[in-house]
Design a protein around this ligand. Structure first.
Ligand code: PEP
Ligand code: MG
Length: 577
């Protein structure tokens, strides 16, 4: 019988393999009261369990192979920190002492209390912290139950190239082991696209589906399945022709990936001689390595939100280390570091702000940074310190007004002077650019360009605000239209203002990483495109084979036509042959 289960694909890849179900087994939570003489030994049992959990993570970190990425390392380090957190250990110990209850019971009570506090703060970022806490506590619970830390090490077979692992959810420790054993694909019942596991799967390029309800009940051990990340589906009981179809698709995409690499070494010039530049979007260290592999000359966008996922704000030194590692990974190629673009629906509760009635129109991006003074100063100092190690540019998100740029520049100047006074050789010419991603910035772009060294178009937000469609609301997804005349008009306006002011213009939103919209941008005269490294080879081929003059002509006709609706198919006309 065939069965299709749906979930959310975190990567668009295809995997084919046999199901291996990871079932950690329910841990019971024994609850009993202690006699007075048993408290000491119970505390001892608790501390030893914490110690073993931490040692397990330390050993895993020490054994991690190089390809496992900094992200996984950071997550495991975060779990180690939780296992050393006095709020958790001491809070639990105190419950054992005062309530005379056993360690498992006390631990669960203490973890519940911390989770409730996180929930009260109610924030998407803290959802990740809750996930960390749950996973770290799970580790200690297994130790207390003497079912040692990883069901992973005992349950997972060694060779996983043809295996799709199905689990309720996966933590960074499991992901690390699975990636090392080259798992073909992953399916989890819970977790969203921004869970740790999903972030890691993306950075390790492992096909993965999350949120596949009842997957453990519905998929049998050893049965052959197809995982289609693009459509977010797991197909079980498929017939041979469907397997053959997917094998062919997977092989075609592998062949295409290999074939596309041939274009990487070619000069970036269109068929009719128009030069273009392809830059990379990178947040985490492995992304920078991938950008180098595909030969980017610069990083057009380093988002920094990821650094603020922790439950403690990253201090200046922590940020400095992250930026410096990125700068060093790029070996002399410039990096554009965007200052924190938190806010809206990604407002770390730790900052002590509330979301406001309409997060997308609220305190986000540079507005938030300017209102948080000291936090912005720390980030700027960290960026300036990293700039001593290689070329860096600063990018300011969510601009709407000139005075925001002036305020930011004043702070940057002040930080530079302070660092100089502290004896640091900070680059005096460090370029400062702005994201043009609000209608106000796009319409008033001439004034803004006069105050900036470069412009970067955030098409994701620009389209959201111009077309009044919330980018996270699937009900209005159908209105997302990059060929809408209002969008094209503003893109053209930004390009022209950049040219007038000698301000380079880069496009760093999703439009830059799509073969057809990249040609649309070329047709508008936008020739600096920044995209995730995985998209770069296909974009390079698309632009090498394009004629800039033809693209311009097609876009011009479209803008002049009185019937330019999406149905008229501008993108179809720009499609690579
Ligand atoms: C954009 O808005 O296009 C952009 C690149 O920034 P983000 O997606 O991080 O908002
Ligand atoms: Mg944006």
């Amino acid at each position: 019988m065939s069965l299709a289960l749906t979930g959310l694909g975190v990567t668009s890849g295809i995997a084919i393999g046999q199901v291996h179900r990871l079932t950690p087994g329910e841990l019971s939570i024994p609850e009993y009261h202690l006699g007075d003489d048993a408290v000491g030994s119970e505390l001892d049992r608790l501390h030893k369990a914490f110690g073993r959990g931490e040692k397990f993570l330390a050993d895993l970190l020490a054994r991690m192979s190089k390809e496992i990425t900094e992200t996984a390392r950071d997550l495991l380090e975060a779990h180690r920190l939780i296992l050393r957190d006095p709020m958790l250990i001491e809070g639990t110990a105190e419950r054992i002492r005062s309530k005379r209850i056993n360690a498992e019971w006390a631990l669960v009570q203490q973890a519940d209390q911390l989770q409730a506090e996180f929930r009260r703060m109610g924030d998407e970022y803290l959802a990740l912290r809750r996930e960390d806490l749950e996973q770290a506590v799970g580790l200690v619970r297994r130790e207390l139950a003497e079912q040692p830390a990883l069901f992973v090490s005992t349950q997972i077979p060694h060779r996983l190239e043809a295996t799709i692992v199905v689990a309720a959810e996966l933590g960074p420790a499991e992901m690390t082991v699975l990636a090392q054993r080259k798992v073909a694909g992953l399916v989890t019942e819970h977790g969203g696209p921004w869970s740790h596991a999903a972030i890691l799967a993306r950075s390790l390029e492992i096909p993965m589906l999350v949120g596949v309800h009842h997957a453990l009940d519905l998929l049998d051990e050893g049965e052959a399945v197809i995982l289609d990340g693009h459509y977010g589906a797991v197909l079980a009981g498929a017939d041979e022709s469907l397997f053959a179809h997917y094998r062919e698709k997977r092989e075609a995409s592998q062949r295409r990936r290999i074939e596309l690499r041939r274009y990487l070494g070619r000069p970036s010039v269109t068929r009719d001689g128009q030069a273009f530049s392809l830059l990379g979007n990178a947040d985490l260290l492995p992304d920078f390595e991938r950008c180098r592999e595909v030969g980017v000359k610069a990083i057009g966008l380093m988002r920094t939100e990821y650094l603020y996922l922790d439950d403690a704000l990253p201090d200046e030194d922590t940020q400095y280390r992250a930026y410096r590692a990125a700068v060093e990974a790029m070996q002399g190629r410039p990096i554009t570091i965007r200052t924190l673009d938190a806010g809206g629906d990604k407002l770390p509760a730790i900052l002590g702000f509330t979301k406001g009635p309409n997060p997308a129109l609220g305190l986000r991006g540079l507005r938030l940074s300017l209102s948080l003074g000291e936090l912005f100063v720390q980030q700027i100092r960290a960026i300036l310190r990293a700039s001593v190690h290689g070329p860096v540019e600063i990018l300011l998100p969510m601009l709407t007004r000139r005075d925001e740029i002036r305020q930011a520049r004043n702070i940057i100047d002040r930080c530079r002077e302070e660092l100089r006074a502290e004896g640091m050789a900070v680059d005096p010419e460090l370029p400062i650019g702005g994201m043009i991603e609000t209608p106000a910035a796009a319409i008033d772009v001439d004034h803004l360009a006069g105050e900036l060294d470069f412009l970067s178009i955030g098409t994701n937000d620009l389209i959201q605000y111009v077309l009044a469609i919330d980018r996270s609301d699937e009900l209005v997804n159908y209105l997302y239209d990059p060929t809408h005349p209002a969008v094209l008009f503003l893109l053209q306006r930004i390009q022209q203002a950049g040219a007038r002011h000698g301000c380079p213009v880069t496009v760093c939103g999703e439009l830059a990483g799509d073969e057809r919209t990249a040609r649309l941008l070329l047709g508008l005269g936008l020739t600096r495109l920044s995209m995730p490294p995985a998209a770069l080879p296909a974009i390079k081929k698309s632009l090498l084979e394009a004629s800039a003059a033809d693209c311009q002509q097609i876009v011009r006709e479209w803008l002049d036509s009185s019937q330019n609706s999406a149905e008229q198919g501008l993108l179809e006309r720009l499609s690579p042959e």
